[in-house]
Design a protein around this ligand. Structure first.
Ligand SMILES: Nc1ncnc2c1ncn2[C@@H]1O[C@H](COP(=O)(O)OP(=O)(O)OP(=O)(O)O)[C@@H](O)[C@H]1O
Ligand SMILES: [Zn+2]
Length: 529
């Protein structure tokens, strides 16, 4: 490994967090250590630095592409909830073989950069729709060519890279004793480091070893002139692996806390990123987190397998919150099987969760000061149940956290039923009941917020309040209640007089209008279907 001294990462602008909360209690599975280990951030007190490999913007995002964005959004939210400041970098690969070939093959052909920009926007829209907070910075590969050229030069100087006859620059994997350590592979057992992302690596006949990989690809006469940049060893463009080493160094410094991405990226992409950064003398990632696949009928969702579901299409059929719930409440290392059944379950759960919070919201309206409608900061300031915290701290155990969510929902429904059963003999007791339902609704919001699913914050709020109207919801429901109550009273009288046809007709009328009537010992209750 190179021992070249390196500059301090002052240009990253990293600083101690003002909201420093000491070290987080989170323990996370580390793919390199193959064990759950404590996360011990080092950049600055109260700060966690994360680099997540982002999209290669060569086509429309399918729902599988969203998995890592959502999984790491939950990780980020949890760390922030625990008082940490999180600096999350997610890059955009906006130059690559597929972008060049697809833009050239499109009818009519478009410039590669227009193609990349189109799909970057689509990814952006999909992340936004699914409630994935924007990363702290989202660097594009093409905006960091000088950093990449510097890194290649550094690797050349340190003897970890060489220039081939083609003008390509390769990483010499045999030069780094630790190559393969991330994925626990011995160099002797590796045949080649070719991977799909480097399809056009041509023959690469000038490699010294088939396991070496391209750091820099020499410009080709068949490729657009503006897809190449000057470098001391000749014009060309960066290899994919190089981008992440250069951009993580630029924004997070030589060493950072967590490196993430899809499980397929472990090898060769992450192994090669690590080789580059270690070769440059940088500490690089201290902790590796990889998320599992979204599958369909057990098979990875993938464009080439023809089973991919484009996010924009799914959003025409499903509420974005339902998609987020389906994807974001499963442990990040477990597969999400994406089926009609998964979506139906998520849809039903979302209705129950948002419906219960909405019911509490409606009855709590008090001259525009609705306690259930507390701003997100207030919701986040609430203490979480110890079981919830313990589950999240133990490798983001979402099953454990969701068990707490279900218990809170159940308790809220019980409280709501008691409130809705109507006034008791004591006003004080009624106020207590309303208070306990309000507290449970806020608790539920607070737990769901960690998962990015608080129904009363954006991007879900508008959809959840649709038809209720954020300021007029309570008043509108009261008016509706009076109208319905009038019919229910008439129905009660018809039943008392054993006028069954009249009683049934009144109920049918309400059912047709979307009102569900439930008879209980204390009288009929209603809710919207
Ligand atoms: N089904 C999936 N589940 C989770 N992550 C995925 C899934 N498909 C792709 N990804 C993530 O998105 C990254 C980019 O995906 P890629 O461009 O290979 O998509 P793809 O649909 O599998 O395309 P192709 O069919 O061209 O292989 C992958 O490296 C992976 O980390
Ligand atoms: Zn990467």
């Amino acid at each position: 490994m190179s021992t070249t001294p390196t500059e301090a990462p002052e240009s990253t602008g990293l600083a101690a967090s003002p909201a420093s909360a000491g070290a987080p209690a989170l323990r996370l599975y580390d793919s390199a250590a193959r064990a759950v280990v404590p996360l011990a951030p080092t950049a600055a007190p109260g700060l966690v630095t994360i680099y997540l490999c982002g999209a290669t913007v060569q086509g429309s995002p399918h729902i599988g592409h969203m998995r890592s964005g959502i999984a790491f959004d939950v990780l980020r939210r949890w760390l922030e909830r625990c008082g940490q400041e999180v600096r999350l970098i997610r890059n955009v690969t906006d130059i690559d073989d597929k972008i060049l070939s697809k833009s050239a093959a499109s009818q009519p052909p478009v410039p590669w950069w227009a193609w990349a920009q189109r799909f970057e926007r689509e990814f952006d829209a999909a992340y936004r729709a699914l409630g994935v907070a924007a990363p702290t910075y989202e660097p594009r590969a093409t905006g960091h060519i000088p950093e990449m050229v510097d890194l290649v030069q550094r690797l050349l100087d340190a003897g970890h890279a060489y220039i081939g006859e083609s003008g390509n620059v390769y990483y010499d994997v045999r030069s780094l004793p630790g190559y393969g350590s991330l994925t626990n592979q011995r160099l002797e057992d590796l045949a080649t480091t070719e991977d799909e992302s480097q399809l056009d690596d041509d023959v690469e006949a000038d490699k010294r070893d088939p396991r070496d990989f391209a750091l820099w690809k020499a410009a080709k006469p068949t490729e657009p002139a503006d897809a190449a940049w000057d470098a001391p060893w000749g014009r060309g463009r960066p290899g994919w692996h190089l981008e992440c080493s250069a951009m993580s160094r630029r924004y997070l410094g030589e060493t950072f806390d967590i490196h993430g991405g899809g499980i397929d990226l472990r090898f060769p992409h992450h192994e090669n990123e690590q080789a580059q950064s270690h070769g440059a003398g940088w500490g690089f990632a201290r902790h590796w987190v990889h998320n599992a696949w979204v599958t369909i009928k057990g098979e990875k969702m993938s464009k080439s397998l023809g089973n991919s579901l484009v996010v924009a299409e799914l959003l025409k059929r499903y509420d974005a919150a339902v998609l987020r719930l389906a994807l974001g409440t499963v442990h990040h290392r477990s597969t999400v099987e994406f089926s009609e059944e998964t979506l139906a379950d998520a849809e039903a759960l979302w209705e129950r969760l948002s419906g219960a919070i909405l019911r509490a919201y409606e009855f709590s309206d008090d001259g525009g000061l609705n306690p259930v409608d507390a701003p997100a900061e207030q919701v986040r300031a609430r203490a979480l149940p110890a079981e919830f915290t313990a589950a999240m701290d133990e490798d983001l155990n979402l099953a454990g956290a969701m068990a707490v969510v279900h218990a809170t929902l159940k308790a809220l429904n019980v409280a709501l039923a008691r409130v809705e059963a109507g006034p008791s003999s004591s006003q004080e007791a009624d106020a207590d009941l309303r208070e306990s339902a309000t507290v449970l609704a806020l608790d539920l919001r607070s737990q769901l917020d960690v998962l990015g699913l608080d129904p009363l914050t954006e991007p879900w709020r508008a959809g959840v309040l649709e038809g209720v109207g954020s300021s007029q919801g309570g008043a509108a429901m009261e008016t509706l209640d009076r109208l319905i109550q009038h019919d229910l009273d008439e129905r009660a009288q018809a039943r008392a007089a054993k006028d069954w046809p009249r009683a049934d007709a009144l109920r049918d009328k309400l059912t047709q209008a979307g009102v569900v009537v439930e008879d209980s010992p204390s009288g009929a209750r209603w809710h919207l279907a």
